[in-house]
Design a protein around this ligand. Structure first.
Ligand code: GAP
Length: 519
């Protein structure tokens, strides 16, 4: 399915079932800005908790903070964002549309890669068991020619990005005959740099207004509070500071639903370590973080590391954790060994010592930092797209039916339990209400008495509710009811008193958290 179609389907589903709405929709929306609805906010809170607990609960030496969005403008000078947090942009003169030059080239390369995959897929079907992919890649003329083209563009592109060579980026676009998706022409302007930070002003003009930025990452709030936390918490190296909060970037490519937004949330953790040990800790966090993803149960092969060969000047190791979205592997989290760059910069710009006194060594030094940084909204998109299923259900009469089911991990699901009286009379709604009154302290329950039971099940499947219970006339007699499991659709008769145990075990955060803690 084409990327646009997948986004269309997910966007429509998220809107229909109260997950994500376009922001300011009645005014035709605001590009790359979204609101979370009644179910979206619950799922987001649960993802946030899963991350927070994996950091702060599971590690005695990690604590959290919540720093302000506005910070002293000098921070962004020190961090390098004022001078270098740029995207290379190019305009098409005919459509008047603006694009990121790097993304145009990357999408073009992904297109060639896709052609290779299709050739290989066709050959695999043709040759069946006997197919040797490696040999085919090395000998098939068409695949070789695509690969040569891809390698050529990739080498030029890496060099141009490394050298910050904007003219060469434009030349690659021209040489690769990349056309504007809207006008279909190659009438491109020059490429120029565009800073991604939003700015506003503090104070009135009379007082002399000051330019101030909306933070483009949460990490700097951690760096500048490093000593406050270390001293007040009497923290010893190695230790970490975790934070979840909003970040803002004036992204130009904005047609990928919540993959790339202008206002989004990050979950970042800076781990402060003795210089010289940072690469060991980098490996530690790579493994710890991939375990966090894998514990969700979406399949280990759907994640991969993408180690950076080109490192930013402040990093001595970097990798991305990528998830296989329906539109290909994409970054969800970045892990960087940032050396002592950020603290050293802040020491220089603020004139304050950003050093740790090491009681064992009896000396002070600037610690190194290993950062884990994941987008909460991007993680949300990962969970939604991994959970979304369209299933064909065969009926007894031979016909078939479709169900859309969100197979969310039960502990993340916004609604844990739907409580359904079979009919709206005979005291059944009252029993349902009583059950909710008992369980609501532990689980998010939803009362549902509209439509047939079948339609109610479909509705809850589409929301991703792992358990539905139906109260019928027998419930009045013997205090039993029918529980129906979302994924298997199996129904069984259980006692009302068993519910906390049956549901509690699966929706608890403890299971996944136990899976990821250090071996
Ligand atoms: N402090 C490091 C940092 O901010 P980054 O790679 O720019 O690194 C980290 O961002 C993560 O934040 C990304 O892996 C992604 O999940 C998320 N992210 C970045 N820009 C985003 C955007 N415009 N919309 C949604 N998520 C974004």
């Amino acid at each position: 399915m084409a990327q646009e179609d997948i986004f269309k389907k997910l966007t429509a589903h998220c809107k229909e079932y109260g997950y994500v709405f376009p922001s300011s929709e009645i005014y035709d929306g605001l590009s790359a800005i979204y609101d979370y609805g009644q179910h979206g906010v619950e799922l987001k809170n649960n993802i946030r908790k899963y991350w927070w607990d994996s950091m702060v609960l599971l590690h005695e030496n990690i604590v959290g903070i919540d720093s302000a969005i506005f910070m002293h403008p000098a921070i962004w000078k020190a961090s390098g964002h004022v001078d270098a947090f740029n995207d290379p942009l190019i305009d098409n003169r005919d459509s008047k549309k603006r694009y990121r030059a790097d993304i145009l080239i990357e999408e073009h390369m992904a297109g060639i890669d896709g052609k290779i995959d299709r050739e290989i897929g066709k050959a695999a079907r043709r040759f069946g068991e006997a197919f040797d992919e490696k040999q085919y890649r090395e000998t098939n003329k068409r695949v070789l020619s695509y690969q040569e083209k891809l390698d050529g563009i990739s080498a030029r592109y890496s060099k141009a990005m490394n050298d910050n060579n904007l003219q060469e980026l434009r030349q690659i676009i021209l040489d690769s005959e990349i056309v504007c998706p809207v006008s279909g022409t190659r009438n491109w302007t020059e490429v120029r740099q565009f800073n991604l930070m939003f700015s506003t002003e503090t104070g009135s003009t009379a007082e002399g207004a000051n330019k101030i930025y909306l933070r483009p990452e949460t990490a700097q709030g951690i760096f500048v509070n490093f000593l406050n936390v270390q001293k007040t918490g009497r923290m010893k190296l190695p230790f970490g500071i975790a934070q979840v909060g909003k970040a803002f970037r004036n992204e130009i490519v904005a047609r990928q639903f919540i993959f790339r937004m202008r206002e989004f949330e990050q979950m970042e953790m800076q781990f402060f370590v003795k210089p010289g040990t940072e690469l060991e800790w980098f490996e530690y966090w790579k493994e710890a973080r991939i375990r966090w993803f894998r514990a969700l149960g979406f399949g280990d092969d759907n994640y991969r590391f993408h180690d950076h060969t080109k490192l930013a000047h402040y990093a001595n190791a970097a990798t991305d954790i990528e998830y296989k979205f329906p539109f290909g592997f994409r970054e969800v989290e970045g892990i960087h060994s940032r050396t002592d760059f950020d603290l050293r910069q802040h020491q220089q710009y603020s004139g304050k010592r950003m050093q740790y006194f090491d009681p064992e060594k009896g000396e002070s030094y600037i610690p190194c930092v290993v950062e884990t940084s994941i987008g909460l909204d991007r993680m949300f998109l990962h969970i939604i797209s991994a959970s979304y299923n369209e299933e064909e259900l065969k009926k007894d009469d031979g016909s078939s039916d479709m169900r859309v089911v969100m197979k969310l991990p039960a502990f993340l699901a916004p609604v844990k339990l739907a409580v359904m009286p079979l009919v709206r009379k005979d005291g059944l709604p009252e029993i349902a209400e009583k059950i909710i009154q008992n369980l609501k302290f532990s689980f998010n329950c939803q009362y549902d008495d509209k439509d047939s039971i079948g339609r109610r099940y479909r509705r809850q499947d589409a929301i991703g509710t792992p358990y539905c219970i139906t109260i019928d006339h027998q419930t009045r007699e013997d205090e039993t009811l029918t529980i129906r499991y979302r994924d298997s659709m199996i129904q069984e008769r259980v006692a009302v008193s068993q519910l906390p145990e049956i549901i509690g075990e699966k929706v608890s955060f403890e299971g996944p958290l136990r899976k990821i803690q250090d071996e």
